[in-house]
Design a protein around this ligand. Structure first.
Ligand SMILES: *[C@@H]1O[C@H](CO)[C@@H](O)[C@H](O)[C@H]1NC(C)=O
Ligand SMILES: *[C@@H]1O[C@H](CO)[C@@H](O)[C@H](O)[C@H]1NC(C)=O
Ligand SMILES: [Cu+2]
Length: 232
Protein backbone atom coordinates (compact mmCIF):
# COMPACT_ATOMS: atom_id res chain seq x y z
CA UNK A 1 0.00 0.00 0.00
CA UNK A 2 2.74 2.34 0.99
CA UNK A 3 4.52 1.72 -2.28
CA UNK A 4 1.26 2.19 -4.17
CA UNK A 5 0.66 5.54 -2.43
CA UNK A 6 4.21 6.61 -3.21
CA UNK A 7 3.73 5.63 -6.84
CA UNK A 8 0.50 7.63 -6.96
CA UNK A 9 2.28 10.59 -5.43
CA UNK A 10 5.01 10.33 -8.05
CA UNK A 11 2.43 10.09 -10.80
CA UNK A 12 0.64 13.14 -9.43
CA UNK A 13 3.92 15.03 -9.31
CA UNK A 14 4.60 14.17 -12.94
CA UNK A 15 1.16 14.99 -14.29
CA UNK A 16 1.34 18.82 -14.10
CA UNK A 17 4.45 18.86 -16.30
CA UNK A 18 2.54 17.08 -19.03
CA UNK A 19 -0.85 18.71 -18.50
CA UNK A 20 0.33 22.27 -18.11
CA UNK A 21 1.61 23.00 -21.60
CA UNK A 22 0.92 26.60 -22.38
CA UNK A 23 -1.88 27.72 -24.68
CA UNK A 24 -2.66 31.13 -26.18
CA UNK A 25 -6.26 31.26 -25.03
CA UNK A 26 -7.29 34.94 -25.10
CA UNK A 27 -6.90 38.10 -27.11
CA UNK A 28 -5.84 41.27 -25.33
CA UNK A 29 -7.62 44.26 -26.88
CA UNK A 30 -7.81 47.86 -25.64
CA UNK A 31 -5.64 46.76 -22.71
CA UNK A 32 -8.17 44.16 -21.56
CA UNK A 33 -7.70 40.39 -21.55
CA UNK A 34 -10.86 39.00 -23.12
CA UNK A 35 -12.60 35.73 -22.26
CA UNK A 36 -10.77 32.57 -23.35
CA UNK A 37 -11.79 31.51 -26.89
CA UNK A 38 -14.18 34.45 -27.30
CA UNK A 39 -12.01 35.81 -30.16
CA UNK A 40 -9.41 33.00 -30.35
CA UNK A 41 -10.33 30.05 -32.54
CA UNK A 42 -10.90 26.98 -30.36
CA UNK A 43 -9.00 23.82 -31.29
CA UNK A 44 -9.15 20.14 -30.44
CA UNK A 45 -5.48 19.94 -29.51
CA UNK A 46 -5.70 19.83 -25.71
CA UNK A 47 -2.26 21.37 -25.26
CA UNK A 48 0.22 19.45 -27.38
CA UNK A 49 2.49 21.24 -29.80
CA UNK A 50 2.31 20.84 -33.58
CA UNK A 51 5.56 19.33 -34.87
CA UNK A 52 4.86 18.56 -38.55
CA UNK A 53 5.56 21.79 -40.43
CA UNK A 54 3.73 20.59 -43.56
CA UNK A 55 0.52 19.81 -41.64
CA UNK A 56 -2.61 21.91 -41.99
CA UNK A 57 -2.57 21.94 -38.17
CA UNK A 58 0.18 24.55 -38.57
CA UNK A 59 -2.33 27.16 -39.72
CA UNK A 60 -4.44 27.66 -36.62
CA UNK A 61 -3.69 24.48 -34.59
CA UNK A 62 -5.36 21.06 -34.82
CA UNK A 63 -9.13 21.06 -35.22
CA UNK A 64 -9.42 24.86 -35.30
CA UNK A 65 -12.99 26.15 -35.56
CA UNK A 66 -14.83 29.47 -35.45
CA UNK A 67 -14.75 31.57 -32.29
CA UNK A 68 -17.98 33.42 -31.48
CA UNK A 69 -16.55 36.95 -31.69
CA UNK A 70 -14.58 39.24 -33.99
CA UNK A 71 -12.68 41.87 -31.98
CA UNK A 72 -12.66 45.41 -33.37
CA UNK A 73 -9.16 46.83 -33.17
CA UNK A 74 -7.95 50.24 -34.30
CA UNK A 75 -4.91 50.15 -36.60
CA UNK A 76 -1.85 51.45 -34.77
CA UNK A 77 -3.00 50.14 -31.39
CA UNK A 78 -1.67 47.26 -29.37
CA UNK A 79 -3.12 43.75 -29.48
CA UNK A 80 -1.91 40.67 -27.68
CA UNK A 81 -2.45 37.08 -26.74
CA UNK A 82 -2.60 35.82 -23.16
CA UNK A 83 -1.50 32.31 -22.15
CA UNK A 84 -3.12 29.97 -19.64
CA UNK A 85 0.33 28.99 -18.34
CA UNK A 86 3.59 30.94 -18.70
CA UNK A 87 5.99 29.82 -21.42
CA UNK A 88 8.53 27.38 -20.00
CA UNK A 89 10.31 26.02 -23.05
CA UNK A 90 13.10 28.02 -24.73
CA UNK A 91 12.40 29.53 -28.14
CA UNK A 92 11.16 32.44 -30.22
CA UNK A 93 7.73 33.95 -30.94
CA UNK A 94 6.33 34.99 -34.34
CA UNK A 95 3.05 36.78 -35.06
CA UNK A 96 1.48 36.67 -38.52
CA UNK A 97 -1.67 38.31 -39.91
CA UNK A 98 -3.84 37.37 -42.89
CA UNK A 99 -6.43 39.53 -44.62
CA UNK A 100 -9.71 37.67 -44.89
CA UNK A 101 -10.80 37.18 -48.53
CA UNK A 102 -13.94 38.87 -49.86
CA UNK A 103 -17.06 36.92 -49.05
CA UNK A 104 -15.68 35.50 -45.78
CA UNK A 105 -15.28 36.75 -42.23
CA UNK A 106 -12.55 36.26 -39.66
CA UNK A 107 -14.85 33.65 -38.09
CA UNK A 108 -15.32 31.58 -41.26
CA UNK A 109 -11.85 31.97 -42.81
CA UNK A 110 -9.45 29.10 -42.04
CA UNK A 111 -6.26 30.82 -43.23
CA UNK A 112 -5.57 28.79 -46.37
CA UNK A 113 -3.47 30.17 -49.21
CA UNK A 114 -0.56 32.59 -49.53
CA UNK A 115 -2.15 35.18 -47.29
CA UNK A 116 0.11 35.58 -44.23
CA UNK A 117 2.57 38.35 -43.41
CA UNK A 118 4.66 38.73 -40.28
CA UNK A 119 3.87 41.62 -37.96
CA UNK A 120 6.02 40.87 -34.90
CA UNK A 121 8.74 38.58 -33.61
CA UNK A 122 10.73 37.93 -30.45
CA UNK A 123 13.99 36.05 -30.97
CA UNK A 124 17.09 35.25 -28.95
CA UNK A 125 19.87 37.26 -27.37
CA UNK A 126 23.24 35.75 -28.23
CA UNK A 127 26.76 36.88 -27.43
CA UNK A 128 28.90 35.01 -29.90
CA UNK A 129 28.82 31.61 -28.22
CA UNK A 130 28.86 31.97 -24.42
CA UNK A 131 25.13 32.21 -23.72
CA UNK A 132 21.80 32.25 -25.48
CA UNK A 133 18.81 33.94 -23.81
CA UNK A 134 15.16 33.76 -24.78
CA UNK A 135 13.13 36.89 -23.94
CA UNK A 136 9.95 34.78 -24.31
CA UNK A 137 10.90 32.71 -21.23
CA UNK A 138 8.20 32.89 -18.53
CA UNK A 139 5.98 35.29 -20.48
CA UNK A 140 2.26 34.96 -19.77
CA UNK A 141 1.27 37.26 -22.64
CA UNK A 142 2.73 38.85 -25.74
CA UNK A 143 1.59 42.14 -27.26
CA UNK A 144 2.42 43.86 -30.52
CA UNK A 145 1.14 46.78 -32.60
CA UNK A 146 -1.24 46.48 -35.54
CA UNK A 147 0.54 48.44 -38.32
CA UNK A 148 -1.10 51.89 -38.45
CA UNK A 149 -1.01 51.99 -42.26
CA UNK A 150 -2.82 48.65 -42.62
CA UNK A 151 -6.04 48.86 -44.62
CA UNK A 152 -9.27 48.17 -42.73
CA UNK A 153 -10.98 44.79 -42.85
CA UNK A 154 -11.29 41.42 -41.20
CA UNK A 155 -8.01 39.67 -40.40
CA UNK A 156 -6.76 36.54 -38.73
CA UNK A 157 -3.88 37.08 -36.36
CA UNK A 158 -1.76 34.01 -35.64
CA UNK A 159 0.78 33.63 -32.86
CA UNK A 160 3.31 30.84 -32.45
CA UNK A 161 5.83 30.07 -29.77
CA UNK A 162 8.43 27.64 -31.07
CA UNK A 163 9.98 25.44 -28.37
CA UNK A 164 13.52 24.44 -29.34
CA UNK A 165 14.66 22.27 -26.43
CA UNK A 166 14.60 19.13 -28.63
CA UNK A 167 15.13 20.86 -31.99
CA UNK A 168 18.54 19.34 -32.79
CA UNK A 169 16.79 16.50 -34.66
CA UNK A 170 14.53 17.14 -37.64
CA UNK A 171 10.91 17.56 -36.49
CA UNK A 172 11.94 18.34 -32.92
CA UNK A 173 10.79 21.98 -32.93
CA UNK A 174 7.40 22.34 -31.23
CA UNK A 175 4.85 24.93 -32.34
CA UNK A 176 2.35 26.35 -29.84
CA UNK A 177 -0.20 28.12 -32.04
CA UNK A 178 -3.45 30.10 -31.84
CA UNK A 179 -5.39 32.30 -34.26
CA UNK A 180 -7.46 35.32 -33.25
CA UNK A 181 -10.35 36.87 -35.18
CA UNK A 182 -10.15 40.66 -35.53
CA UNK A 183 -11.59 43.50 -37.59
CA UNK A 184 -9.10 46.32 -38.13
CA UNK A 185 -10.56 49.80 -38.47
CA UNK A 186 -8.79 53.07 -39.20
CA UNK A 187 -7.60 55.21 -42.07
CA UNK A 188 -4.77 52.99 -43.37
CA UNK A 189 -4.52 52.26 -47.08
CA UNK A 190 -1.63 49.77 -47.25
CA UNK A 191 -1.46 46.02 -47.73
CA UNK A 192 1.64 43.85 -48.05
CA UNK A 193 2.63 43.08 -51.64
CA UNK A 194 2.31 39.47 -52.71
CA UNK A 195 6.09 39.00 -52.33
CA UNK A 196 5.67 39.58 -48.57
CA UNK A 197 2.98 36.89 -48.25
CA UNK A 198 3.53 33.27 -47.24
CA UNK A 199 1.33 30.22 -46.85
CA UNK A 200 1.06 28.41 -43.52
CA UNK A 201 1.79 25.51 -43.83
CA UNK A 202 4.50 26.23 -46.37
CA UNK A 203 6.44 28.99 -44.69
CA UNK A 204 8.79 26.48 -42.99
CA UNK A 205 10.58 23.40 -44.30
CA UNK A 206 11.85 22.44 -40.86
CA UNK A 207 15.46 22.76 -42.02
CA UNK A 208 15.74 26.50 -41.26
CA UNK A 209 18.74 27.34 -39.05
CA UNK A 210 16.32 28.74 -36.46
CA UNK A 211 14.25 25.51 -36.36
CA UNK A 212 16.82 22.72 -36.73
CA UNK A 213 19.24 23.82 -34.04
CA UNK A 214 21.02 22.61 -30.92
CA UNK A 215 20.53 25.38 -28.34
CA UNK A 216 22.39 23.95 -25.32
CA UNK A 217 26.13 23.87 -24.59
CA UNK A 218 28.11 25.27 -26.34
CA UNK A 219 25.56 28.00 -27.06
CA UNK A 220 24.95 28.95 -30.71
CA UNK A 221 26.96 32.05 -31.63
CA UNK A 222 23.96 33.63 -33.38
CA UNK A 223 20.29 32.89 -33.86
CA UNK A 224 18.35 33.30 -37.13
CA UNK A 225 14.66 33.98 -36.63
CA UNK A 226 12.56 31.62 -38.77
CA UNK A 227 10.10 33.02 -41.31
CA UNK A 228 10.02 36.18 -43.42
CA UNK A 229 11.01 39.65 -42.24
CA UNK A 230 8.44 41.67 -40.32
CA UNK A 231 6.33 43.69 -42.79
CA UNK A 232 7.05 47.39 -42.48
C1 LIG B 1 -11.65 48.70 -28.60
O1 LIG B 1 -11.92 50.09 -28.53
C2 LIG B 1 -12.58 50.62 -29.69
C3 LIG B 1 -12.75 52.12 -29.48
O2 LIG B 1 -11.53 52.76 -29.61
C4 LIG B 1 -13.92 49.96 -29.86
O3 LIG B 1 -14.53 50.42 -31.04
C5 LIG B 1 -13.73 48.44 -29.96
O4 LIG B 1 -14.99 47.79 -30.04
C6 LIG B 1 -12.96 47.92 -28.75
N1 LIG B 1 -12.69 46.50 -28.96
C7 LIG B 1 -13.05 45.55 -28.09
C8 LIG B 1 -12.78 44.15 -28.49
O5 LIG B 1 -13.57 45.81 -27.02
C1 LIG C 1 11.94 31.76 -15.54
O1 LIG C 1 11.51 31.15 -14.33
C2 LIG C 1 12.42 30.17 -13.85
C3 LIG C 1 11.76 29.49 -12.68
O2 LIG C 1 11.24 30.43 -11.78
C4 LIG C 1 13.74 30.84 -13.51
O3 LIG C 1 14.66 29.87 -13.07
C5 LIG C 1 14.28 31.54 -14.74
O4 LIG C 1 15.44 32.25 -14.42
C6 LIG C 1 13.27 32.48 -15.33
N1 LIG C 1 13.77 33.00 -16.59
C7 LIG C 1 13.74 34.28 -16.89
C8 LIG C 1 14.30 34.64 -18.23
O5 LIG C 1 13.28 35.12 -16.15
CU1 LIG D 1 6.97 20.33 -23.20
Amino acid sequence: MKFFAAALGLAAALVPQVAAHYRWTSLIVNGTTTTAYQYVKPNTNINSPVTVVSSSDMTCNAGASSAPGIAWVQAGTSVGFALDTPIYHPGPINVYMAKVPTGQTAATFTGTGSVWFKVAELGAITDGGSTIKWPADNLSSFTFTIPSKLVAGDYLVRIEHIALHTASAYGGAQFYISCGQIHVFGTGTSSPSSSSLVAIPGVYTGYEPGLLIYIWFPAPATYTQPGPAVWS
